[in-house]
Design a protein around this ligand. Sequence first.
Ligand SMILES: Nc1nc2c(ncn2[C@@H]2O[C@H](COP(=O)(O)OP(=O)(O)O)[C@@H](O)[C@H]2O)c(=O)[nH]1
Ligand SMILES: [Mg+2]
Length: 295
Amino acid sequence: MTYCGIVSIAGRPNVGKSTLLNRLIGQKLSITAHKPQTTRHSILGIQTVGERQVVYVDTPGIHVTGKQRLNQVLNRTASSSLHDVDVVILVLQAMVWNDDDKRAFELVSNSGVPFFIAVNKIDNIRKKEEMLPYLGTLPTHENLQGVVLISARKGSGIDSLEEQIGKFIPEGPWRYGEDELTDRSARFLASEAVREQLTRLLSAELPYALSVEIETFEESADLLRIGAVIWVDKPSQKGIVIGKGGAQLKEVGSRARATLETLFDKKVFLECWVRVKEGWADDERALRSLGYDNQ
Ligand SMILES: Nc1nc2c(ncn2[C@@H]2O[C@H](COP(=O)(O)OP(=O)(O)O)[C@@H](O)[C@H]2O)c(=O)[nH]1
Ligand SMILES: [Mg+2]
């Protein structure tokens, strides 16, 4: 007898959804950074233990407002991932409850799916009893199955979360192979690894103005050769990404390469270029051509 279920990881940006997915799968599948909108795509993390396969869906965060098309597409992706799932994990940040959390709670509780609240980043709280008043103010709902305190970064509470979720995974055939970890291609993971470092190393708004496309991806027995194009909005941004004497781009490349060598367990040769593509964040067609879509 086998079990298989889909678990959606929901919540506003920056609460630690992607960090949680990576922790659950034990691999860096989804990129993380201390900035909202780091995750632009839904990504699946597949965990198969014994007879049970759990497919976790990491989503872009749920935003209250979205002026740009990119924001609207991100919200649509986030809401659509709440249906046709078996359980939702609504991630909150310990001691924080704001308008975006409230909206995420409403979306999740209205989806009709059983859900858990995972209160994340408890490693930041020195005295755990200080959390009691906060926990008391969280709303309740008939579909809410429990509240679990976790640290996605440090790993605490994860076993308990997995155990409680396990009870909601129905009997059924596996959807993925036993060894599969994600639905995403190696090319996609490569482009995300580059975007992660750009998001981390560049300041302020610039990361939102860029996207990464993999032009070449050649695998041989002992080497992975990857060519990545970094698309920016304006000519002025090109120089910022490249940095003085190319230092910034070099740093991005070498950090992304380290991530990819761990992920693929292989030597990686990574080359990055910067090119200008104006106004893409407002042009839905351009978004599609770069792979940002609901699918
Ligand atoms: N202290 C602490 N920081 C965390 C934890 N989980 C995530 N973070 C940090 O919170 C930021 C946002 O994490 P991320 O997973 O990208 O959030 P997402 O937008 O919800 O996917 C990153 O800087 C993470 O390192 C945690 O358990 N403890
Ligand atoms: Mg994320």
